[in-house]
Design a protein around this ligand. Structure first.
Ligand SMILES: [Zn+2]
Length: 407
């Protein structure tokens, strides 16, 4: 089991940051370098059908042991780390016995329980952090290490009875492209789990419905000294639209299952202005109503202006996976049961964002998300408690065996 810690530390040192500006897939060659090592390791520990395709995805099979005809379950994790913070020369360190105090790192960076009280849940446990100069990359190398370690245990111990299992490692999740070229059909699983959640116990199968809206306003610029009844200031029209949207439905005023309109950008001048909005809601009816309200507001303001000066373009981005999970709720029951068997309390919550699993679910592979154990992703305060990683491995082993009983 402790192999998961060794593995995680080894993976964390690998530089695999993705790059949103890149025009290649995967976005960075360094992810391919890591995928090659992973491919080699999977072959060495005895996985079958180990493949690395031209897009960088690495997939492999753990053959059935003692059970035929069970559904095929998949486990998926991403290898890239967030471009939000440096992931180069990561130097992981283990605090053998976290004492509940402030964790001092380089450059004056500290993980202070006053700011991050959840670390107190791990008092007395070994906890892994970076050194203050980089992120740690537990998102999602903890998930990668957990899947590889669980695979190794299943292959070495014939006492675990299970059906066929597939594993996949994906690039570019952090830049929203993790599943762009994922071949669901070839992967051949009936359902899967991403190991990409945070704290121990996390189990997620709901995420936002998401759309992007672009509002373009064509004003009319006239010399301000001679502007009476002539000028139409595009920026002021933008301001009017902003004010007509419900002010309580903004990210800074919402939580849990509350959706929002997020003004992502506003740029322009008197002649022309452009706004980008993100529209989010877990509930599909409310999501449709939010899009409709913005559409109506634009119509009203156009009428007031006496001319169609505002153009609105709304594009759906992704949908709540709940719709695709509901018909197969037993895969959530299995994850819950697997956690309980490992002595972990399941914490079911709705994701206030999207996941790779949401896209996969709509591509035909129902794919909830379970914990990999880390906290404070995408920055120098990231940490992962060792027991959380061990429990995650145990949960994978339990899921493998529970799915085997479905035949
Ligand atoms: Zn992640």
């Amino acid at each position: 089991m402790e192999r998961v810690v060794e593995r995680f530390i080894q993976y964390a040192k690998e530089y695999t940051t993705s790059d949103p500006e890149s025009t290649t897939y995967p976005s960075t060659e360094r992810q391919v370098d890591f995928m090659k090592k992973l491919e080699k390791e999977l072959k060495e520990i005895g996985l079958r059908e180990v493949e690395r395709d031209k897009f960088g995805y690495v997939t492999a099979t753990i053959p059935a042991n003692g059970i035929e005809n069970a559904p095929v379950v998949g486990f998926i994790a991403h290898v890239d780390t967030s471009p939000d913070f440096s992931g180069e020369n990561v130097n992981p360190q283990i605090i053998e016995n976290y004492d509940g105090g402030v964790v001092q790192l380089k450059n004056g960076v500290e993980i202070n329980p006053k700011s991050f009280p959840e670390i107190l849940n791990y008092k007395g446990q070994p906890v892994i952090t970076a050194d203050g100069t980089t992120l740690l990359g537990a998102d999602d190398k903890a998930g990668v290490a957990e899947i590889v370690t669980a695979a190794e245990i299943l292959l070495q111990n014939k006492k675990f009875k299970h059906g066929k299992i597939r594993v996949a490692f994906t690039p570019d999740e952090e830049i929203g492209k993790g599943t762009d070229y994922f071949d669901v059909k070839k992967f051949g699983a009936d359902f899967a789990y991403t190991l990409d959640g945070g704290e121990i116990g996390e189990l997620e199968f709901e995420n936002f419905n998401a759309a992007g809206a672009k509002v373009t306003i064509n004003g009319q610029s006239v010399h301000p000294g001679a502007a009476k009844n002539k000028m139409v200031n595009a920026l002021l029209v933008a301001q009017k639209i902003i004010a007509m949207l419900p002010p309580t439905q903004r990210p800074e005023h919402t939580e849990k299952y509350e959706g929002f309109y997020h003004l992502l950008s506003l740029k322009g001048n008197v002649e022309k202005a452009e706004m980008q909005y993100l529209i989010r809601d877990h509930d599909s009816d409310k999501f449709e109503k939010k899009k409709k309200l913005l559409t109506e507001i634009v119509q009203i303001v156009n009428l007031e202006l006496g001319k169609k000066r505002i153009e609105l373009e709304i594009k759906d981005q992704y949908y709540n996976m709940r719709q695709k999970i509901e018909p197969v709720m037993h895969i959530i029951d299995i994850a819950e049961q697997a956690m309980k068997q490992a002595g972990v309390v399941p914490r079911i919550k709705a994701i206030r964002g999207g996941t790779d699993g949401a896209r996969l679910s709509y591509d035909g592979l129902p794919c909830p998300n379970i914990f990999a154990g880390g906290h404070n992703f995408h920055g120098p305060f990231e940490f992962v408690p060792v027991p959380s990683m061990l429990k995650s491995v145990e949960v994978i082993l339990n899921i493998a065996q529970l799915v085997g009983k479905l035949n």
